[in-house]
Design a protein around this ligand. Sequence first.
Ligand code: AGP
Length: 368
Amino acid sequence: FLVEKGNHRHFMAKEIYEQPEVVGHTLTQYLDMANGKVRLPFGDQIDWKNLSRLTISACGTSYYAGLIAKYWFEKLARLPVEIDVASEFRYREAPLPDQGLALFVSQSGETADTLAGLRYARQNGQVILSVVNVPTSTIARESDAVAQTLAGPEIGVASTKAFVCQLAVFASLALAAARARGTLSAQDEVSHVQNLISLPGLMARALELEPEIEKLARELSKAKDVLYLGRGTSFPLALEGALKLKEISYIHAEGYPAGELKHGPIALIDEDMPVIVVAPHDALFEKTASNMQEVAARGGRIILVTDAKGAAECGIEPEATIVMPDMDPTFAPIVYALPIQMIAYQTAVFMGKDVDQPRNLAKSVTVE
Ligand code: AGP
């Protein structure tokens, strides 16, 4: 069927703007909102309590969603997680444990490497769960349980709304696992569920920052290289930000864990390379702030994505600050993904690039 752009210039813009709605829609399938509880559509099909390990595999943006999920499953559910890109996982002959769950993440459900990884896990005795956007896809059909993202058809080659819906599903799965494993009190479940319910409203507010982000595009478009930094769940967002910028603007970009800066990349810092720092005021903020100070002391230009408290306490004067609404930090990546996507989008549009059909890329990589 036909999907139209409506009054947006590109499918990517339309899909960025749909995010509050599709995340809300996805969450209604995973939460009992009235009672503040998680309610998985596939019920008790997964024995979270007795799992020894979760193995996650995916490609590209779906892999970065899996990386964020690792933080949530480990912290909230005390469930050990192994994660690898599918093109490595499928060949590295990893030993997989008894009582292991393998989780594959894919918008299309047709990515060749991810499917091969799934088949390897199946041969090695894992229960297979997939997080997919297309329920009729091969990956969905070959899974024991399917957690669907309700993002609707994603047309832009650069994944946006599928990513945030994957995160919304992972947040729900991590809470379900935590409840089953006895690491989450009923009271904490209610407060996490309330936080999840508040996300679409916060995402709508993040979208209002677009005019400010648009102003950054001119400067960013002049850069040859851009460095993205983050800690904790902001680290995979740094990776995702760099991937988005590379894909659609063709500017070279790298994502790095902020704490790795002094192990190499700090040598690159100069006034020509913008450094985009993703840092909500969470438990790790001070650590990231000291990394920012190191960058600033070497003449680096920082674009900071944070909240009001972070802006007040960063200890430097960034070249630009995108001030996000206040929110609980646990699931903040679901909201912080939006400015990251808009930075890439606005830069690529300013440069006149074909954001929906970037060169050399296919929406679904069905061959190796
Ligand atoms: C993201 O913007 C990409 N174009 C790409 O990395 C994508 O996420 C990857 O190919 C995985 O696709 P899938 O989710 O359909 O498996």
